[in-house]
Design a protein around this ligand. Structure first.
Ligand code: SAH
Ligand code: SF4
Length: 351
């Protein structure tokens, strides 16, 4: 392995990469856990403060690595209690995360890319195209930095990779980030059952996610026939519904867990009762729960949000078929926190 460039983000290496870096210098691998525990568990920002490491090692680490914090460009609270962060990155780009309070814990919505290449027709992030992948360190930092900002009884226990970007299109970095986020010994110690990765349907990556990590899977299904789905989600032309469901069936689903299927409701496009019945039929053999998300309007998509009666009627069909079907409002709509809209607003693009 070649050395990382001078002053790279230490979290980009992950635990195995850091162990290899240490080993190449003749340093015992158990130092990896010591270093990562300072950073992840104790929120330490400087190598020189890592008092159980020798002075030489501290200096060598400081010469080679940084422990970056993200710049908080904006932090705003919404009337629904959610809080959005716009984080500035080292190269001047910015990325969003949204903190959502629930009854006894908080959930953080994490971004995996700047922009997104998948081009879903209803999505504000998709309208921008892809700027770049986030590094593993930038994904971990969203979580680590928000943990550091939380005070008092606010507990951040749940994560959803449902912010900007398609996590499975940035798989290697996602995997490195998740391994640090989930590691109870030397990482951020999140429980796998409290972390969810949402995908638009990169079917070929789904089984690997389940083999490599213990996280939950969410699928943005959004339509029940290939014609409609391909029209709103171009990825469906490569991975049609049948392949996507086959990948879900092959996902190593742990006992007591279910796959979440998300369904953005677009008036007149995918919100008929016939489609609700078809959704129930399609998912009935599966351990599934359904999140219904009424479309959050913005100026880059020609769709409308169905009225409340239509949303409730759609939900009713699913409830009658014995599904857990929850209506999820896009959190923080009044602070433009829904999926890519905050960053767009900041860039001066009208919403
Ligand atoms: N790329 C991943 C994760 C980020 S998108 C994915 O597509 O699953 C997170 C969720 O937001 C997806 O379920 C997507 O369908 C939904 N979404 C995107 N734009 C939306 C909008 N304008 N209104 C409501 N939901 C939207
Ligand atoms: Fe990308 Fe997800 Fe938006 Fe589709 S819905 S464009 S996959 S972020």
């Amino acid at each position: 392995m070649t050395d990382p460039a001078p002053q790279s983000d230490i979290l980009d290496l992950g635990a195995p990469g850091l162990s290899a870096w240490l080993k190449a210098r003749g340093i015992a691998p158990y130092r990896t856990a010591q270093i990562l525990r300072w950073i992840c568990l104790r929120q330490m920002d400087r190598f020189e403060d890592m008092t159980d490491l020798g002075k030489d090692l501290r200096e060598e680490l400081a010469q080679n690595f940084t422990i970056p914090r993200l710049d908080v460009l904006e932090r705003a609270e919404s009337s629904d209690g959610s809080e959005k962060f716009l984080f500035g990155l080292a190269d001047g780009q910015s990325v969003e995360a949204v903190l959502m309070p629930e009854r006894d814990h908080h959930t953080l919505c994490v971004s995996s890319q700047i922009g997104c290449a998948m081009g879903c027709a209803f999505c504000r992030t998709g309208a921008e195209g892809l700027s770049r992948n986030l590094t593993a360190g930038e994904m971990v930092a969203q979580v680590r930095d928000v943990l550091a900002m939380l005070q008092g009884p606010d507990r951040l226990t749940n994560l959803v990779f449902m912010g900007m970007g398609e996590p499975l299109a940035n798989y290697e970095n996602l995997r490195t980030a998740l391994s640090l986020i989930l590691d109870a010994h030397q990482g951020l110690s999140f429980a796998g059952r409290r972390v969810t990765v949402s995908t638009a349907g990169l079917a070929s990556k789904i089984v690997g996610l389940g083999q490599d990590t213990r996280v939950n899977l969410a699928i943005s299904l959004n339509a029940v026939d290939d014609e409609t789905r391909s029209a709103i989600m171009p990825v469906n032309r490569i991975h049609p519904i049948r392949d996507l469901l086959a990948a879900c069936d092959a996902f190593p689903l742990r006992p007591g867990r279910r796959i979440t299927f998300e369904y953005v409701l677009l008036a007149g496009v995918n919100d008929s009762l016939a489609e609700a019945r078809e959704l129930a039929r399609m998912l009935s053999p599966r351990r599934a729960k359904i999140n219904l998300i009424p479309f959050n309007p913005h100026d880059r998509a020609p769709y409308e949000r169905p009225d409340e009666a239509a949303v409730l009627a759609f939900q009713q069909v699913l409830l009658k078929a014995n599904f857990t079907a929850v209506i999820r409002q896009s959190k923080g709509a009044d602070i433009a926190a829904a999926c890519g809209q905050l960053r767009a607003a900041r860039q001066g693009v009208s919403e």
